[in-house]
Design a protein around this ligand. Structure first.
Ligand code: DER
Length: 224
């Protein structure tokens, strides 16, 4: 369907930027799925890369494609990371975490010299906030942490996985936090991070170096 075509187009455009010998961060989600697939094809044709996956799901995809995986040493940086987005505003601030992987995704993005975001054009919005902000919290006394998060002016909802609570790859919970428009994502991120019990937010502020968006009409690359 058109959505998959668009995701695939954006993903494959990004993979063109991966050169021999690069250390690559792999994000998570259905757009990154196409990037891993394309990167795997290139590896099978001889491209030499090493990758760090941002979720167990991405790790499995990468292993299936024969992409060599590794762990960064202290101080070692990735050359480039490819990752998706749930919402992108005009200043290229991003909400991520729809798939529950934003803690590992942010660790990888922070350890990468370049962060390339790949997405369907429909993810671009004027102002963030239609999509709830995923916030990873520790399970211990989660209700008290939710109360502290609510005080930041949102309605926090513990993410479910069918009947059970969703548990991240790190053994934590996710609170999906419903705000109205988020005009100052940097301030909101700092406020949330200051709350005890909060591990990481899905607000990626000023982190993207390149945005590749696809819609039926083609692929557009934006540099903040
Ligand atoms: O959960 C995540 O952060 C994903 O990258 C998400 O933001 C994008 O997922 P999608 O490519 O399946 O829309």
């Amino acid at each position: 369907n058109q959505s998959d075509i668009d995701k695939k187009m954006a993903a494959e455009k990004a993979v063109e930027l991966i050169k021999d010998g690069m250390k690559v961060g792999l994000g998570s989600g259905s757009t990154v799925f196409w990037a891993v697939k394309k990167l795997g094809e290139e590896v099978q044709k001889g491209l030499e890369v090493q990758a760090v996956p941002s979720s167990v799901e991405t790790q499995k995809w990468a292993e299936k494609e024969g992409i060599p995986l590794f762990t960064l040493k202290q101080g070692e940086m990735l050359d480039v990371t490819l990752d998706g987005a749930d919402e992108i505003d005009k200043s290229f601030n991003i909400i991520k975490g729809g798939g529950g992987a934003h803690l590992r995704e942010k660790i990888i993005a922070a350890s990468s010299n370049t962060l390339i975001i790949i997405a369907e054009k429909r993810k671009q919005v004027q102002v963030l906030g239609k999509f709830p902000v995923p916030v990873e919290i520790v399970p211990f006394e989660a209700a008290s942490t939710l109360h502290r998060i609510a005080s930041s002016g949102c309605r926090p909802e513990l993410r479910k996985n069918n009947e059970d609570l969703f548990v991240t790859d790190n053994g934590n919970y996710i609170a999906d936090c419903f705000y109205d428009s988020i005009y100052y994502p940097d301030l909101l991120h700092e406020k949330l991070k200051s709350l005890v019990g909060v591990v990481e937010t899905g607000l990626f502020v000023g982190m993207a170096d390149k945005i590749i968006l696809a819609d039926g009409g083609g692929v557009h690359t934006y540099t903040p």
